[in-house]
Design a protein around this ligand. Structure first.
Ligand code: NAI
Ligand code: SOE
Length: 366
């Protein structure tokens, strides 16, 4: 085994994603082939007692209170941004200007302009956007089946991202309801994931027609968003993202129908992919329910034996593993800032369409 190179990491923000990423930084070298040693050097946040507790619990060496000084530190190689959305832009731009590798949470920014500025600033540095669902093994298998032509020409793409907590937000989620800090509501938070998956699985979206709805009185971000889409490949899509789907915790769902077959995925049952192959004789035709845990499935060989299921946290570990492999090989990693700009372009189209009550062309994927 070749000696690993060291990368010193600084993380800004230490909430939900701070924990998910810390876990991935620890696990990646144990489970995945990895040419790097990640040193958890500095964690940055504003509430010092909470930050110290987090640092102790997750093994961060130091704590810091202002991100401006952290991003220019000479002993830091990687900046990982886990803050509310509006802070992604200044932190990423400063980090890119300082020549750092930049990892950033989704949605990339609170506006298309800000997202484009980030991509421009980071043109010369490696970037990663944590669209982690790309690395759910069942979704990676879906991509492979589509690329292998198992579905044939795609006709329909249908996606929903359903959560139910919009009527009862927690205090710590306050930023998610402020336009200045979140940019948008269900759209940036949830629809962004569905759009990213759709662009990855089914290619560019040419035009959209959308509506956005707010149910809570005096709330200034969307609680729900619906989008119809025409894809460049001639297929049509329907998308729905909401924080008011009572009874649904985190139902990131899609189904795709092609000329030869169909697939269906639900994050709430994330180890499975439902596959329909039209080639079977009529008497035995039907979806089969594939338990995507190996032996030849994407990613799973790096974890447990077949049937020993994987969870949400593994998607972050696999994202990081692929990124580090791309870094070592000097290859372009996806999803990077430019991929996330494409998502922002579709979301910009959604906002325009909802405002104008008309179809809007997007420039995603160009
Ligand atoms: P959170 O509210 O749990 O944590 C946000 C963190 O940012 C807190 O630690 C807060 O103290 C810190 N923060 C705020 N202002 C700061 C400043 N000026 N300097 C340093 N730290 C500051 O939020 P959560 O859920 O972790 O979300 C963070 C980002 O991750 C958001 O962009 C969100 O959209 C994204 N996210 C992505 C997920 C995914 O599936 N990829 C899942 C959940 C969130
Ligand atoms: C919101 O509840 C949230 O945590 C989003 O911020 C994430 O992006 C999504 O993956 C899960 O739900």
């Amino acid at each position: 085994m070749r000696p690993r190179k060291n990368l010193n990491v600084a993380m800004i923000g230490y909430g939900f994603m701070g924990r998910a990423h810390s876990n991935a930084f620890h696990q990646v070298g144990h489970f995945c082939e990895c040419s790097y040693n990640l040193a958890l050097k500095v964690i940055c946040g504003r509430n010092q007692p909470q930050l110290q507790t987090m640092a102790t619990q997750w093994g961060w060496n130091e704590v810091a209170s202002d991100w401006e000084s952290v991003v220019t530190r000479k002993d830091i190689d990687v900046i990982d941004i886990c803050t509310p959305n509006y802070l992604h832009t200044p932190i990423a731009i400063a980090a890119a200007h300082a020549g750092k590798i930049v990892l950033c949470e989704k949605p990339l920014a609170v506006s298309i302009e800000a997202a484009e500025q980030m991509a421009e600033a980071a043109e010369k540095v490696p970037t990663l956007v944590w669209f982690n669902y790309r690395r759910v093994p069942a979704i990676a298998l879906a991509k492979k089946l589509i690329e292998d032509g198992k579905l044939g020409q795609i006709y329909h793409y249908r996606a929903t991202y359903l959560q139910s907590w919009g009527a009862e937000p927690q205090g710590s989620d306050a930023w998610r309801f402020k336009p200045s800090e979140a940019g948008s509501g269900a759209m940036g938070d949830l629809l962004s994931h569905s759009i990213d998956l759709a662009l990855m699985l089914n290619g560019p979206i040419a035009e959209v027609s959308a509506l956005m709805q707010t149910f809570a009185p005096n709330r200034e971000v969307d609680d729900a968003v619906l989008m119809l889409a025409r894809f460049a490949n001639g297929s049509v899509g329907s998308f729905e993202a909401t924080r008011y789907a009572i009874g649904c915790r985190n139902r990131n769902y899609f189904e795709i129908h092609g000329a030869k077959g169909a697939i269906r995925f639900d994050l709430e049952d994330m180890n499975r992919l439902h596959v329909f192959e039209g080639g079977d004789t009529m008497e035995v035709q039907g979806s089969h329910n594939v338990l995507v845990t190996g032996p030849s499935h994407p990613y799973t060989s790096q974890f447990w034996p077949p049937g020993h299921i994987l969870g949400y946290e593994h998607t972050f570990t696999f994202t990081l593993a692929d990124f580090l492999q791309s870094l070592e090989r000097h290859e372009i990693f996806h999803a990077n800032f430019q991929d996330a700009v494409n998502v922002e372009r579709v979301m910009h189209g959604v906002e325009e369409s909802a405002r104008m009550k008309s179809w809007t062309r997007t420039t995603a994927g160009r």
